[in-house]
Design a protein around this ligand. Structure first.
Ligand code: ARG
Length: 459
């Protein structure tokens, strides 16, 4: 008979058992369920709801069950629906009636909520550590490439010369925001749902503050109904994960592009690329492509959980059991993607020469040539038009701006003088950027220094 079978006069149909069960996926929560139960048993004893002796027996047996699960000695049963019932049944089988006391002042509704939150706290920590590793690797790459020049793009058209250090530090900012978003999510969810009972609270003199402390929560959920029916943190986490995956995906897209023979800006290490089954010459950036692809999977998980929660009346509804597959999948996907990505960029080869020669073409010093005329007193709009005509002339004559003779330059404006050549030299174009947060070496150095300070603070 089911642990809840008293009110029923028939067994459930076997099709229902399979459909209703979540053990296949929620067994992942075994450790969190056991730790939640141990804290609960301690609290029950402290509050004289069960005896100290019973609590000791329960706790000892729960630890043994934990060990046995970890050894792989336990086979979970679909008939027992979920991880909570499976563990409770194991306990009862091992210690008899005393085991039946554990579920006093508790419902599976607050139990599952606390289990997910415990799993969540652990997973968030793992993910944040990975992001921290990524941030450190980005700083290393940026520091090594403060002087590596490449084209900066808008509309994927060559726009202005920048350094790779600058480009990489843009990603640093993005991933730092991801890190902080996860901290916000953590701080908002870090309240204990256990003790809410099924929805209305319990009739026992429980001590929820004790439980919160035991299980490492900052406080308790103030409203029991909210405690058991809230999955905002799952939604929030998967949204945060979606943004982080989007950042990874944008970066991967650039690396895929940069790995083409047309760009050849980077080359992935052999250990982080794959070959083709038919074309012997191929070396494909599959991992970057896969991370880009897996982003879609995380977005799907977000839609999944948002749709599950939409229109659910208070409080617990069985629909909410479906929160776990998208949550677990997101945690796994983002962890694996980050781990692979970190190693992939750490080991990739950067072709500085290719980047530099690409930056030499495409008239990327055109804005600087216009700025030169501004310094001679011409309004910017007019300079823009003059240089525009000059670029057209260059295209028609197959020349770069810096290849024009002074006479040619003067045919566009009398104000050009020999000092123009310095001003439109690619390194000068970069170093002339004075605004804070720009691509100049001085600015990128400062950016890296500030980034290190920020990293220290979150370490
Ligand atoms: N397996 C369920 C879940 O994951 C546990 C809660 C069941 N509660 C209930 N009232 N049936 O949501």
């Amino acid at each position: 008979m089911k642990l809840w079978g008293g009110r029923f006069s028939k067994e459930t149909a076997s099709l229902v058992d399979d459909f209703n069960a979540s053990i296949e996926f929620d067994q992942k929560l075994y450790k969190h369920d056991i730790h939640g139960s141990i804290a609960h048993a301690k609290m029950l004893a402290k509050q004289n709801i069960i005896s100290n002796q019973d609590a000791e027996i329960i706790i000892k047996s729960l630890y043994e069950i934990l060990k046995d699960i970890e050894k792989g000695d336990i086979e979970f049963s679909i008939d027992l629906e979920d991880i909570h019932m499976n563990i409770e049944k194991l306990l009862i089988d091992r210690i008899g009636d005393i085991g039946k006391k554990l579920h006093t002042a508790r419902s599976r509704n607050d139990q599952v909520a606390v289990d997910i939150k415990l799993y969540f706290k652990e997973s968030l920590c793992d993910i944040q550590n990975l992001i921290k590793n990524l941030l450190n690797v980005l700083i290393e790459i940026a520091e090594d490439n403060i002087e590596t020049i490449l084209p900066g793009y808008t509309h994927l058209q060559r726009a202005q010369p920048i350094t790779l250090g600058y480009h990489i530090m843009a990603y640093f900012q993005m991933f730092l925001r991801d890190y902080n978003r996860l901290s916000d999510c953590y701080n908002r969810m870090n309240y204990l749902p256990l003790g809410a009972g099924a929805l209305a609270g319990t009739t026992y003199e429980t001590d929820r503050y004790f439980l919160a402390k035991e299980l490492g929560f900052a406080g308790i959920c103030d409203n029991g109904m909210d405690a058991v029916s809230d999955r905002d943190y799952v939604i929030e986490f998967i949204s945060d994960a979606s943004i982080c995956m989007m950042h990874l995906s944008r970066f991967c897209e650039e690396l895929i592009l940069w790995s083409t023979s047309e760009f050849s800006f980077v080359e992935m290490d052999d250990a982080y690329s794959t070959g083709s089954s038919i074309m012997p010459q191929k070396k494909n950036p599959d991992l970057a492509e896969l991370i880009r692809g897996k982003t879609g999977r995380v977005y799907g998980n977000l839609m999944n959980i948002l749709t599950i929660m939409k229109a659910l009346p208070l409080a617990y509804n069985k629909d909410m059991q479906e929160d776990k597959p998208p949550l677990f999948d997101t945690v796994e996907t983002i962890k694996n993607s980050l781990a692979i990505f970190i190693e992939m960029i750490r080991t990739m080869k950067i072709n500085k020469d290719k980047m530099y020669s690409a930056a030499k073409t495409g008239f990327m010093n055109a804005t600087d040539a216009a700025d030169y005329l501004v310094s001679k007193g011409i309004p910017f709009r007019e300079c823009h038009a003059i240089i525009g005509r000059m670029v057209l002339y260059c295209i028609q004559n197959g020349k770069a701006i810096e290849e024009l003779s002074l006479n040619e330059l003067k045919s566009f404006s009398e104000l050009f003088d020999t000092d123009i050549y310095d001003k439109i030299d690619i390194i000068c174009c970069i170093e002339a950027k004075k605004s804070i947060g720009s691509t100049s070496k001085k600015s990128v150095k400062l950016m890296i220094k500030q980034a290190k300070e920020k990293l220290e603070k979150i370490n």
